[in-house]
Design a protein around this ligand. Structure first.
Ligand code: ZN
Length: 347
């Protein structure tokens, strides 16, 4: 353990920048990373404002942050494929490599996964972290640290699109234009959709997406969306619907806009149990998929960003220095519709 400065969530509603004891021992398969940029995630904000997410409760001071990029400063004896000086981003979840889930390639649902900034595990809003090389990924030279710190939320969209098994030319519909809905729309386009509709109740959120060719924002009011989808698909429906709002009002009609034989991917997380019209799904033989974080998508996500096929830069709304990271969180709490991602840059 070593004393290090960090952004610490002391308890609900209370953040401080102070020194705290953090793990610092390196294993032979680990790398040490000097953190450059950390994105503020909805989950970080939720712990700040609510002190818990479901069963995960902040009971002791915890360092926030899990969307990070930085530079390798040390490598363990057994590390190959990474070297000192490499610019990297990290998967924040570390599974047990010997678990059944990991052996099956489902390491995101490993019950023993240790995930940054999920109580009681500290996050990465601190100048240095030690991380397994296996979950650390080199960034191409043309991908900035800021973009590298966007790989984590983009990976959720990648997971959703992988689960959807899109065919070239599919019509996609994303419900909810928050950060994850936005990432999912971009991943769906990169994954082969000919066009992606994104619907939300807030026009300003849709405006952020207006300069992405292939994405059409539709304000969710009355039956505008149904009419638009019907018009563009000869009444057949969207091939893939991604539920990214997590709002209880969405689920009652979730199967209306999807085509027979289509797929609905549940990405958003409603706060409690919700009702689904199973017969409506059966009548169209709709395939349903669910998403929890991601597994095995980071390399492909980084390649898509590096190739220029996916441009996440317009989604970085503001960058705060680490010394002002409490202000960064207070800005994120406001949830301005134009703000997609707030980032913090380490000194
Ligand atoms: Zn996140």
């Amino acid at each position: 353990m070593a004393d290090s400065i960090a952004l610490v969530l002391e308890k609900q509603h209370e953040l401080s920048i102070r020194n705290i004891e953090l793990p610092s021992e390196m294993g032979e398969s680990d790398v040490r990373i000097s953190i450059d940029t950390v994105g503020v995630c909805g989950s970080d904000v939720h712990y700040y404002t609510h002190g818990r997410i479901g069963p995960f409760i902040v009971e002791e001071p915890m360092v926030l942050g899990h969307e990070a990029a930085g530079t390798i400063t040390h490598i363990g004896r057994k590390v190959t494929g990474l070297k000192v000086g490499d610019r990297v981003c990290m998967e924040p979840g570390i599974p047990d490599a010997n678990s059944k889930a990991s052996k099956l390639g489902l390491y995101n649902v490993d019950p023993s996964v240790v995930f940054w900034a999920t109580p009681p595990v500290h996050g990465c809003l601190t100048p240095e972290v030690v991380h397994p090389a296996a979950y650390t990924y080199k960034l191409p030279d043309n991908v900035s640290f800021a973009e590298g710190a966007m790989v984590e939320p983009f990976a959720v969209g990648m997971q959703a699109v992988s689960k959807a098994k899109i065919s070239p030319g599919d019509v996609g519909l994303v419900i909810g234009a928050g950060p994850i809905g936005t990432m999912t729309a971009l991943a769906a386009l990169a994954g082969g959709c000919s066009k992606v509709y994104v619907t939300d109740v807030v026009q300003e959120k849709l405006d952020v997406l207006s300069h992405y060719p292939g994405i059409t924002g539709v304000l969710s009011k009355g039956d505008d969306l149904a009419r638009r989808i019907a018009l563009d698909t000869d009444g057949w429906g969207a091939d893939v619907v991604f539920e990214c709002a997590g709002h209880s009002s969405v689920y009652a009609t979730i199967f209306d806009q999807v085509c027979p034989g289509g797929c609905v991917v549940f990405v958003g997380m409603p706060v409690g149990p919700i009702e689904l019209n199973i017969v409506a799904a059966q009548a169209k033989e709709i395939r349903m998929e669910t998403v929890f974080r991601y597994a095995n998508v980071y390399p492909r996500a980084i390649d898509l960003i590096g190739s220029g096929k996916v441009d996440l830069k317009p989604l970085i709304s503001a960058t705060f220095p680490f010394s002002e990271s409490i202000a960064a969180f207070d800005r994120a709490v406001l949830a301005k519709p134009q703000d997609v991602k707030i980032q913090i840059k380490m000194p």
